[in-house]
Design a protein around this ligand. Structure first.
Ligand code: EPZ
Length: 421
């Protein structure tokens, strides 16, 4: 297995280009199951999770080809089967995103239960309950979701008990081909969900309330849609990660190809900590602060502070002066990076869903382990300012969602190398 060897402390400088958003690209790839044409998608991030979902589309009988590293054409016109098998779904739970479109288009499908993951049990009960309300017959058999809707899905009024990002995406895609109007109350408002709605609307699916918690989707009654070429939006979590890497190392760094309006909760917390910014329509420059101030954070659904930035801010908070608190409200087990940061010398205490960090603490390089995707990037951020050499193991987690991380950080001046165990 690969690991990263990082020598610190190192300052960063220069510009970094932000890639397309993994969490936007995944539902957009699933959305091609609704198309009757070859769909061309640009700014596609070259990360493992994308390759996994494309492999699933291929297993279903779809085809794809890359025009360049970040542009892919996908055709699902001649799908031969509607079973998403365990060996793919187990490696990436977001595969559940094919459930809604497959069921809506074909009237039947089998999708392996995704199972939990390191950060939590992550059930899909809300996805299934919504599809049942749209007329699906859902049974769970031998670890698979078996869904039937022989006469197609029909519009319904869905009220989500909890805000669910992929649950909202699944229902939007199911509703796009359903018969009649579907309304969703308590819909997720993440930019990734907004882009899915915008692309479908541009393809002729009437959708109202885009960007709000109340959506209305008028289905085409199983008429497939023509989807024009589009680019995936920039990755706000990758962008936030590089902002934290700059902030923790007292560096001035400029992010290019970024949507500052998608990062307001993150920028707000960084400003609270003392950092300042120069911001244009698609760039952000972060400037260091003499003293990093402590901060209190509670993770929430968009537009609140994103849970996917929690680990990175925990690393940053180890260098803040005073006591910071970070409360994780979305996932039940998203603090595995705490023990790894403590190995570097961080002073963090965990009580229930709240981490309390006392800083600044001198971090010293050693062997650490990545435990999940965003925890991995937190370890890299911390290692970059730790005294000496840090080896970050199990970086297959990192490769799922960060494109060319060691090259991008290396180009900013980090001493980082990918080696093999
Ligand atoms: C999406 O996961 C993201 N993944 C996650 O990013 C992100 O952390 C999460 O949203 C929250 O923002 C993708 O978009 C591919 P949820 P998702 O359904 O959709 C509970 C990363 O690092 N819930 O919004 O799976 C659930 O347990 C990943 O890129 C139910 O109870 O998250 C959680 O507590 C990690 N029943 C909360 O809702 C359901 O049916 C939010 O989950 C569905 C969810």
């Amino acid at each position: 297995m690969d690991y990263l060897e990082i020598t610190g402390p190192t300052k960063l400088h220069g510009n970094v280009k932000i890639s397309g958003a993994k969490n936007a690209a995944l539902p957009l790839i699933a959305m091609t199951l609704l198309a009757n044409n070859t769909v061309k998608i640009g700014n596609m991030p070259s990360v493992v999770d994308i390759k996994t979902l494309l492999k699933l589309i291929e297993n279903l009988g779809g085809t794809f080809s890359f025009k360049d590293e970040n542009t892919v054409e996908i055709n699902t016109c001649c799908l031969t089967n509607t079973k998403a098998t365990y060996e793919i779904v187990k490696t990436m739970r977001a595969s559940i995103l094919v459930l809604g479109p497959l069921l809506s288009r074909f009237g039947h499908c089998e999708v392996s239960l995704p199972g939990g993951c390191a950060i939590g049990q992550r059930p899909i009960d809300l996805h299934l309950k919504a599809l049942e309300q749209m007329g699906a017959k859902i049974t769970i058999h031998a670890g698979y979701v078996q869904a039937e809707a022989p006469d197609g899905l029909k519009g319904a009024h869905i009220i989500f008990d909890k805000i669910t990002v992929t649950g909202t995406a699944n229902v939007i895609m199911a509703a796009a081909l359903a018969k009649g109007k579907t309304t969703i109350t308590n819909a997720a408002r993440e930019p990734e969900v907004v882009q899915l709605c915008e692309v479908l609307k541009n393809s002729g699916v009437s959708i109202e309330g885009i960007g709000t918690a109340e959506l209305a989707i008028y289905g085409t009654d199983r008429r497939l849609v023509d989807i024009d070429p589009f680019d995936v939006i920039p990755d706000r979590i990758e962008a936030g990660t590089y902002l934290c890497a700059a902030g923790i190392s007292d560096s001035t760094v400029t992010l290019e190809n970024v949507r500052p309006d998608h990062l307001e909760a993150v920028t707000g917390k960084l400003e609270e900590m003392g950092f300042t910014f120069d911001i244009t329509e698609n760039t952000m420059t972060i400037h260091p602060t003499d003293t990093i101030k402590s901060v209190n954070i509670v993770t929430q659904e968009y537009p609140g502070f994103p849970t996917d930035m929690q680990a990175q801010f925990l690393a940053l908070a180890t260098q803040a002066h005073g006591t910071s608190t970070i409360e994780e409200r979305l996932f039940e087990n998203r603090f595995m990076h705490v023990s790894e940061l403590q190995r570097l010398g961080a002073d963090i205490k965990l009580s229930g869903h709240t981490a309390t960090v006392i800083g600044p603490s001198q971090l010293s390089g050693t062997d650490v382990m990545a435990t999940d995707l965003r925890a991995s990037s937190a370890m890299v951020i911390a290692a970059n300012i730790a005294e000496g050499v840090t080896q970050v193991h199990r970086i297959y987690h990192l490769d799922r969602g960060y494109e060319n991380l060691e090259k991008k950080l290396g180009d900013l001046g980090a001493k980082i190398e990918r080696l093999r165990e």
